[in-house]
Unconditional design. Structure first.
Length: 364
């Protein structure tokens, strides 16, 4: 069940970094939906390698629809889509397969799968699998657009370079701006500095991480549950499934720790609808969305694959060894993750909205 989500939507992702194909099966979509697959393909371009600051691996990510879609509409049966892996070079991994790469999932994969895991390019643990997530998320974002719900993510911070803050007086335009960029910053100056930071790390055979900030706006009041399926816990479980994510906060988040209640409480007022004067809680109270913008910050760690020699062991002999990571990898993945987070948030929202509307037919 490791790669299956079973909610109102049932989503299965499959494949490995160097397998013939990777793919996704989505069950629970209403029959008759007209999906714009050109928009799905456009979303996939946002997670691809970006110029000289990314891995040299290049994939076309051409969508192949196997089932669940006919005559330009969903059929209501499981929608199955695959993407072939084409630019594969597994040779480097044969010589290094027994050496545990620091901060990678090599050791935990060995523990779980007893040495039978596909180690090539990280196997099923690879960020390559986020292609399947983006396909599902791009479809969910089209569904949400019909409900006037928009999601956007920008690079709030990369290493020690910060982007401009979100402008909530013009937030819809800001979302459109960052969603139309492959390097999702608000400020072009911040983008230039961040790219130079990645280049410097790459030249030093090192890597960098950062913080992504996500905002959701639109008609989404009352989503979530008080305890075990709160909005925060649900969306966190999705976002933490993205390789490299190591932290998350909502609204002011950890900033609450050194503030007084009188400083951070969000005062209510009425202006055609119930709103709050501030949004320190990030649009969520008691695990349920309150209609204010949802604000999520996500920490992405530095890519563990680096060209510097590091201490590790040979898992077969248990002998110590000093090795540099071999293969094709990014010096930073932060700029490739925003579209994946948008996708995870979109899937969460669609699933919650399906729950919210499920009992609307009941009357007495």
């Amino acid at each position: 069940m490791a790669s299956i989500y079973q909610g109102n939507l049932k989503i299965t992702i499959f494949g490995e970094s160097h397998s013939k194909s990777i793919g996704v099966v989505i069950d629970g979509l209403k029959a008759g939906l007209a999906i714009d697959f050109k928009k799905v393909a456009l979303e996939l371009t946002k997670r691809r390698p970006y110029g000289e600051i990314s891995t040299s691996r290049r994939e076309t990510d051409e969508l192949q629809i196997l089932s669940g879609y006919w005559q330009e509409r969903t059929t209501g049966t499981p929608l199955a889509i695959i993407v072939d892996n084409q630019d594969i070079d597994s040779g480097l991994y044969e010589d290094s397969k027994d050496f545990l790469r620091p901060s990678h999932a090599d050791y935990t994969a060995y523990l779980k799968y007893h040495g039978f895991q596909d180690y090539r390019g990280g196997g099923h643990f690879s960020g390559r699998l986020t292609v399947a997530i983006v396909i599902a998320g791009a479809i969910c974002q089209q569904i949400l657009a019909k409900q006037q719900i928009k999601i956007g993510t920008h690079i709030k911070k990369l290493y020690d370079i910060e982007d401009e803050p979100l402008d909530f007086t013009n937030i819809e335009q800001v979302i459109d701006q960052i969603n139309n960029k492959k390097f999702a910053t608000i400020s072009s100056q911040s983008e230039e500095k961040m790219i130079e930071t990645i280049k410097k790390a790459r030249n030093n055979r090192d890597s960098v991480g950062g913080i992504l900030e996500t905002v959701v706006i639109g008609n989404m009041k009352g989503l979530g549950e008080p305890f075990f399926h709160s909005f925060e816990s649900a969306v966190s479980s999705f976002i933490f499934s993205i390789p490299g994510v190591k932290g998350i906060e909502f609204g002011l988040g950890f900033g609450f720790s050194n503030r007084l209640g009188s400083e951070v409480n969000d005062a209510f007022y009425f202006d055609g609808s119930v709103k709050t004067r501030t949004n320190n809680n990030g649009g969520i109270n008691g695990g349920i969305t309150n209609g204010m913008p949802i604000i999520i910050k996500t920490v992405v760690k530095p890519t563990p694959s680096i060209g510097l020699p590091q201490e590790t062991i040979n898992i077969k002999t248990l002998e110590p060894v000093i090795r540099a990571t071999e293969g094709r990898f990014d010096a930073c993945i932060v700029h490739r993750v925003p579209v994946v987070i948008n996708s995870m948030v979109a899937i969460t929202l669609v699933d919650f909205i399906m729950s919210q509307k499920a009992n609307e037919w009941m009357e007495l």
